[in-house]
Design a protein around this ligand. Structure first.
Ligand code: SAM
Ligand code: SF4
Length: 430
């Protein structure tokens, strides 16, 4: 039986899709890239911004054209948590809708559906942890995700995550180590630790994420460790100094600030100031001067004045980012910011986003240009776009293309960087 999965949104969703694949493999499903031959069509959805949510319904329309007579259409992910019943009402072809905390129950839901032919929604927050019920991870690949923490207790005034993913949960250290060793056994050289608030990890068996990183570094065969996404005020010295002490920990930190204005940060309910953020950046740079810094930004948050926006631009100038993600504020139903009075007009948001992205892209390009002439370790991950080319990532997470034999995929090789654009590097295998 064949399973077709399409994933939208963040890395956590890609991790969840891999775990759903594990759960369905037990029932005999294997992957297909062709929706027309699939017995299960599974869409893993994202609710973070309006545009992301809208994609679900256009994708359902597209898949309906391929859906075989007895194939199941399953919708999973954060849109289900927010609007599960609505999905079944609006899209008659959807058979099962399952929220992000319930996908370990997919085999049972499929059996129930096949018996009763009744359409099902499961979107509560169960007392049990799905991780205790999922089969061993079968992920393969040189670079793998591993969820160590989920949910969020921060309640930023614009964000749906605390409502769709629930409150914070940290997986115990031994469970993380077991999964990491399993990933290494099946070929992982790099593990990206995931959490909505990953540096706020506070599970059993270790003091903090810094200790988890140090424990993982002992695993033979694991060459690279990364983690994302961190919340500024939860950063610990033990994590920062791990960047000095643990060679396997890559010199890259994704630390979203969202806005450079303290007034806006307060309205966003972010629990730090611009000054505190800059201090954390200094601390990272003092232990690892070459560290690549990345962030998320939201422009056009309700009440954002020209001067607030200018403070974001000034902060970007000051930090000099290696890469970043930036978005227009999107009013999400049920969040406090969606009903704030002083919403910003769309053309102003667009104008600010263009200005910010121009600056961020110029910084990204400069960061990439600075690597020309250097020899860097590249973990080769996938075939490149042109024949004979393969690509991978530097320690600073720059996408790099080289001409080399595909037998090198999955290996870390030394590459001399010869050219750079804003989005990628090219180099010669040494
Ligand atoms: N937990 C991370 C943090 O606080 O930095 C962010 C996780 S969130 C899934 C990813 C990014 O989406 C956020 O950093 C923010 O920039 C963006 N985002 C979240 N809600 C948004 C909204 N309503 N409008 C625009 N961007 C939003
Ligand atoms: Fe959303 Fe991140 Fe804020 Fe949590 S900390 S509410 S995930 S933006």
């Amino acid at each position: 039986m064949k399973l077709y999965i399409k994933t939208f949104g963040c890395q956590m969703n890609f991790y969840d899709s891999a775990r759903m694949r594990d759960a369905l493999r037990v029932l005999g499903y294997t992957d297909t890239e062709d929706p027309a031959e699939a017995d299960i069509l599974l869409l893993n959805t994202c609710h973070i911004r309006e545009k992301a949510s809208e994609k679900l319904f256009s994708e359902i329309g597209r898949l309906n054209k391929f859906k075989k007579k007895n194939a199941l259409l399953i919708v999973a992910g954060c849109v289900v948590q927010a609007d599960g019943e609505e999905i079944l009402k609006r899209a008659h072809s959807v058979d099962i809708a399952v929220g992000p905390q319930n996908y370990h129950r997919l085999p049972e839901l499929i059996t129930r559906f096949n018996r009763s032919k009744g359409r099902l929604v499961l979107a509560d927050f169960p007392a049990e942890s799905k991780f205790d019920f999922l089969p061993e991870s079968q992920a393969t690949g040189a670079s793998c995700f591993l969820a160590v923490q989920e949910g969020c207790d921060h309640f930023c005034s614009y964000c749906v995550v605390p409502y769709t993913r629930g409150c914070e949960y940290s997986r115990p250290a031994d469970e993380i180590l077991t999964e990491a060793k399993q990933l290494v056994r099946t070929g992982a050289k790099e593990i990206m630790l995931l959490g909505q608030n990953v540096n706020g990890w506070h599970g059993e068996g270790a003091k903090d994420l810094g200790d988890i990183i140090r424990m993982l570094a002992e695993i033979e065969g694991l060459e690279r460790i990364r983690y994302t996404t961190s919340y500024p005020s939860e950063m610990t010295d033990n994590i920062i100094t791990a960047h000095r002490d643990v060679p396997k920990l890559m010199p890259y930190i994704h630390l979203p600030i969202q806005s450079g204005s303290n007034t806006i940060l307060k309205a966003m309910n972010r629990q730090y100031t611009r000054e505190q953020y800059l201090d954390i950046i200094d601390r990272f740079r003092s232990v690892r001067p070459d560290i690549a810094i990345s962030s998320d930004f939201i422009v056009g948050f309700p009440g954002e004045t020209e001067s607030d926006f200018q403070q974001t631009m000034d902060l970007v100038q000051q930090v000099e980012y290696a890469s970043s993600f930036s978005f227009k504020f999107s009013a999400r139903p049920g969040t406090p910011a969606s009903i704030m009075k002083n919403q910003i007009a769309e053309p102003i948001k667009t104008e600010r986003l263009i200005k910010l992205q121009e600056l961020l892209l110029a910084q990204q390009k400069q960061f990439n240009l600075n690597t020309i002439g250097k020899t860097l370790d590249i973990l080769l991950i996938e075939p490149g776009k042109t024949k004979g080319q393969i690509s991978g990532y530097t320690p600073y997470l720059q996408n790099t293309h080289i001409i080399a034999d595909s037998s090198l995929l999955g290996q870390i090789v030394k590459v001399k960087i010869t050219s750079a654009t804003a989005t990628s590097l090219s180099g010669k295998l040494i």
